[in-house]
Design a binder for this molecule. Structure first.
Ligand SMILES: Cc1ncc(COP(=O)(O)O)c(C=O)c1O
Length: 400
């Protein structure tokens, strides 16, 4: 048995360019070293209020029930479904990747009769299929949509699907785990009923909090439901008491994570939300240019590509695990592999939050050229880095 636990653990200084968590700014880590205070300390209430206020700005909403749930993104998925669904309700979930499958699974576990509208992985949500499902299932309570499918790198347009669902009287739940903080998400203007995200991606904090926002339609369903919410932990009415009303104890808040979230949101406010989206777009454009110049194939169609994560096919003859292992061991760079049906077949390169930097694009492309060349894939050294540099120069107005 190893006795390494007698020594202080020293984490390696990785460059986290996978599907999350992503590298966080030292300011966020510093905020986490602040002294602990209690979850019922008036000073902490101030921190909570500030976090909620900044989250409203990021979600572009005035929803009072906009709070960070004490969990990762999956807990927010559970919170959304457990509160608006009751046994016997119908839910329709559009599935075009791994996280659509998870959302449908959760809706089903909440007792809903769950209808799946599937489209091939890599494509966007199927609007025609959604319309057919809504017509075939009058009285549907919820439509679930994944804005940014992290498993495939596809960004689904939302507005038509939201309008369609509302015409049929359904609430719309949007998974914005990977899009919030990198692509526009406008809860009020787009009329989203429930929208959630996670701290560890484009919001720039460690994993552990999952912001969620509930609109008026969703709140009235929750306030009027006759049955108890099956989850104690994610019961929104009790969470509302603690976050927005009497401050009554519900569970012990993760204080340190809330400090981190406050600081990462503060950094987003300083940068400006639009400027942050533009930075993600610039960096993603350079990464795509570099990968394409290397002869690699991207999964999502050009018009529906996500900026924070680029999903690229592992070239024929290259061992997925061995290549990612070399990136990690020799270059200290983490890149994610595929999930579900894409396991072993794709790499997911994240440029999210603090990780979305020009220098990180050049670093990962340089390393990948060496690793792929060693694996027997033909590489023209410098070609991908050059293409990325040209893309960045064009964006910076230097004409390439
Ligand atoms: C689109 C999407 N939804 C939900 C989740 C689940 O979040 P978590 O792993 O933080 O629980 C993820 C995680 O990657 C995701 O990418």
């Amino acid at each position: 048995m190893t006795e390494s636990y007698f020594e202080e653990f020293e984490a390696p200084n990785r460059l986290l360019l996978g599907a999350g968590p992503c590298t966080v700014h030292p300011r966020v880590l510093r905020a986490m070293t602040q002294p602990l205070i209690g979850h019922l300390d008036p000073k902490f209430f101030q921190v909570m209020d500030e976090v909620c206020e900044m989250l409203r700005q990021v979600f572009h909403t005035e929803n009072y029930m906009t709070v960070p749930i004490s969990s990762t993104g999956t807990g927010a998925m559970e919170t959304a479904c457990a509160n608006i669904l009751q046994g016997g309700d119908t839910a329709i979930v559009c599935r075009n990747g791994y996280f659509g499958i998870r959302l449908a699974d959760i809706a089903e576990r909440c007792g809903a009769n769950t209808i799946m509208v599937d489209s091939p992985w890599g494509e966007t949500a199927d609007l025609n299929g959604l319309e057919d499902a809504l017509k075939a299932n009058p009285g549907t309570r919820m439509v679930g949509l994944v804005h940014a499918e992290t498993s495939t790198g596809a960004l689904s347009p939302l507005q038509d699907a939201i309008d369609l669902a509302h015409r049929h009287g359904a609430l719309v739940v949007v998974d914005a785990v990977t899009s919030l903080g990198s692509h526009e998400v406008r809860v009020d203007d787009w009329d989203i009923d429930v929208c959630y995200s996670a701290s560890q991606k484009c919001l720039g904090a460690p994993p552990g909090l999952a912001p969620i926002s509930f609109g008026p339609r969703a709140m009235s369903i929750i306030n009027e439901r006759p049955s108890k919410v099956q989850s104690f932990y994610f019961n929104l009415k009790d969470l509302a008491e603690y976050w927005n009303q009497t401050r009554a104890y519900h569970h012990t808040s993760p204080i340190t994570m809330t400090y981190a979230m406050r600081e990462s949101l503060r950094m987003m406010m300083e940068e400006g939300i639009d400027a942050r989206h533009e930075r993600h777009a610039r960096v993603a454009g350079a990464l795509r240019a570099g990968l394409t110049a290397m002869g690699l194939e991207l999964v999502a169609p050009p018009e529906h590509r996500l900026n924070p994560i680029t999903v690229v096919k592992v070239p024929e003859g290259v061992d997925d695990g061995a290549a990612r292992g070399r990136l990690l061991d020799e270059w200290n760079i983490e890149v994610s592999g595929g999930l579900g049906e894409f396991r072993g077949g794709v790499w997911r390169i994240g440029m999210m939050g603090e990780g979305a930097r020009d220098r990180n694009v050049l670093a990962v492309l340089s390393a990948l050229e060496v690793v792929l060349s060693d694996a027997g894939y033909e590489v023209a050294f410098g070609a991908s880095v050059g293409a990325a540099q040209r893309s960045l120069a064009m964006r910076n107005g230097n004409g390439g």
